[in-house]
Write a protein that binds this ligand. Structure first.
Ligand SMILES: [Fe+2]
Length: 176
């Protein structure tokens, strides 16, 4: 639970959060992760009688494979991030609405990238899954950051992630 100073700050910032949340909700375009996945390229893996993954099946360059895997693992750690922002910002008022909305939005980033990578055989699915398990078991801890530090961290992290995804898109040289 937030200490007194954090509680005061949350209350003071709440109208600004509400304004910006409402602005976002009014202007954000709905998008569908499944629309970015070329499902017709998908086929079974070995346990269902298909071919196991081989690196030659991937159309991605090594640098694009690495970038997509790292970006996806970062997205996959969402439960940890949710826990931390829930702890920092709480479940009440516009803060809580934003926490849930942000978490829901983040979730579809991972769906989209994972489905794309599995369907196109872009990365080794076994290595990817093992790395996901390890990443999530390690988790993420915001430690004892102050409320303002958490706000700053989330803001910079969002921008950093956007830059990372855009650069990754460039390296894939893949129109989708
Ligand atoms: Fe994301």
């Amino acid at each position: 639970m937030a200490d007194l100073e954090s509680a005061q700050l949350l209350a003071e910032l709440e109208p600004t959060v509400a304004d910006n949340l409402n602005r976002h909700m009014a202007t954000a375009d709905e998008w569908m992760p499944h629309e970015y996945v070329p499902w017709s390229l998908g086929r079974d893996f070995a346990d269902l009688g298909g071919d196991p993954w081989e690196v030659a099946q991937s159309q991605l360059s090594p640098i694009a494979r690495t970038a997509l895997e790292v970006n996806l693992l970062t997205e996959d750690n969402l439960p940890s991030y949710h826990r931390e922002i829930d702890r920092a910002f709480g479940r009440d008022s516009a803060w809580g609405t934003w926490v849930n909305r942000w978490t829901a939005e983040e979730g579809r980033h991972a769906f989209c990238i994972r489905d794309y990578l599995l369907v196109t055989r872009g990365v080794d699915p076994v290595e990817l899954e093992r790395a996901r398990m390890e990443t999530m078991e390690t988790g993420y801890e915001a430690l004892d950051k102050s409320l303002l530090n958490v706000c700053a961290y989330v803001s910079f992290q969002e921008l950093a992630t956007r830059i990372s995804h855009r650069n990754t898109g460039r390296y894939t040289a893949e129109p989708i």
